[in-house]
Design a protein around this ligand. Structure first.
Ligand code: ZN
Length: 195
């Protein structure tokens, strides 16, 4: 849906207008434009530019469609706890609909949920006024300049034995590391992941 190519050293992707708004909408796990506006005008986070309105997001349309056909009440029961949690967060969606990248196995639910929770903690919520849950808990504003789109393609330099043997490999971004300021990446060729 919105693949972004990253190179080591180039952190910012220069985009303008609607494209920028949609990019932040995706980085923020499909947060509505009103929420993004609140974050920026109330200066609740650091590193978020002023983003305007955007029209249609394919992922959101798909999500709404899936939710509309989702049986309510007793008729539907989650098969697993994670399924239920995720249904509560975003409605039933496949991991591929979260980021749009094909090749990400559906066993990536836990990564998808961890990323959704990470983003929710730096989003506006009714639970606390004018601050994010992150700030309410830690007493400082979160930085958001490092946010990536879940499921996007990332190119990272892989160190072989020597500097000369360094090469760029293709990965899929699957979340944020809890131990360090790092990304969790999945290698679709080798079918493994790590920080
Ligand atoms: Zn969306």
């Amino acid at each position: 849906m919105f693949p972004v190519e990253f190179n080591k050293g180039s952190k910012a992707l220069v985009v303008t207008g609607t494209k920028q708004a949609v990019l932040w909408h995706h980085r923020y796990g499909h947060l509505h434009s009103k929420g993004l506006k609140v974050l920026s005008t109330k200066e609740m986070v650091l590193g978020l530019p002023e983003v305007g309105e955007f029209e249609v997001c394919e992922g959101c349309l798909y999500g709404k469609q899936t939710r509309a056909s989702f049986p309510t009440g007793k008729a539907w029961r989650a098969g697993k706890i994670l399924e239920l949690l995720h249904a509560d967060l975003c409605g039933p969606m496949s991991t591929s609909s979260l980021g749009g990248t094909k090749g990400l196995p559906d066993s990536f639910w836990s990564e998808a949920i961890a990323t959704a929770v990470y983003v929710l903690n730096i989003s506006p919520t009714r639970a606390v006024q004018d601050v994010t849950p992150f700030e309410a808990w830690r007493g400082k504003k979160p930085r958001v300049g490092h946010l990536w789109v879940f499921g996007c393609i990332a190119y990272a330099l892989v160190n072989l034995r020597t500097k000369l043997e360094e090469k760029s490999e293709k990965f899929i971004f699957i979340g944020y590391s809890h131990q360090s300021k790092a990304y969790r990446l999945y290698n679709p060729t080798k079918k493994n992941s790590g920080d």
